[in-house]
Design a protein around this ligand. Structure first.
Ligand SMILES: [Zn+2]
Length: 154
């Protein structure tokens, strides 16, 4: 029998199967491979949400801004995406300008601002005429045009 910590959640797993075979972790249901006898188990790997390189300039916000801006255009200018992308892009750009040693991604931030702005402009170009046509009073086709004079009373 082999006991080893689950690489996903850290719980100790007692496996009755030979090393190298796969077992299901009883806690997190992750499929894990039983390590070899006597071999020290690998330390638990924590898959973090942080995608960028651990060292270097922080540009996550700038990249997020650009992705939101592009998504906003692709998804038919969903206005919230464009607004968030615009705000993130401006914040990321100002950070990159103030602390260039710490924050990077100026190009991403500018791209995020441009795409977000473009999506907002496109949305306005589409939405404003639509809203105006909705808000205008409906005139049924063929309806008599009311005369300017006469009280219309019967
Ligand atoms: Zn587990």
């Amino acid at each position: 029998m082999t006991t080893f910590p689950c690489p996903s959640c850290g719980r100790t797993i007692a496996a009755e199967v030979p090393p190298g075979s796969a077992v299901n972790c009883p806690l997190c249901r992750q499929v894990v491979t039983v390590p070899g006898e006597g071999v020290a188990a690998a330390p638990p790997i924590q898959p973090g949400p942080y995608m960028g390189p651990p060292q270097g300039l922080r540009q996550g916000m700038a990249i997020t801004s650009m992705i939101l801006g592009i998504l906003s255009i692709v998804t038919g200018c969903f206005p919230v995406l464009g607004l968030i992308g615009l705000i993130l892009g401006i914040v990321a750009l100002s950070r990159a300008n103030r602390r260039p040693a710490e924050y990077g991604g100026r190009g991403f931030a500018i791209a995020g601002i441009v795409t977000s702005l473009a999506s907002i402009v496109i949305m306005l170009l589409i939405m404003v005429p639509l809203l105006i046509s909705i808000m205008l009073p409906r005139r049924p086709v063929g309806a008599a045009v009311p005369l300017a004079f006469g009280d219309g009373g019967e």
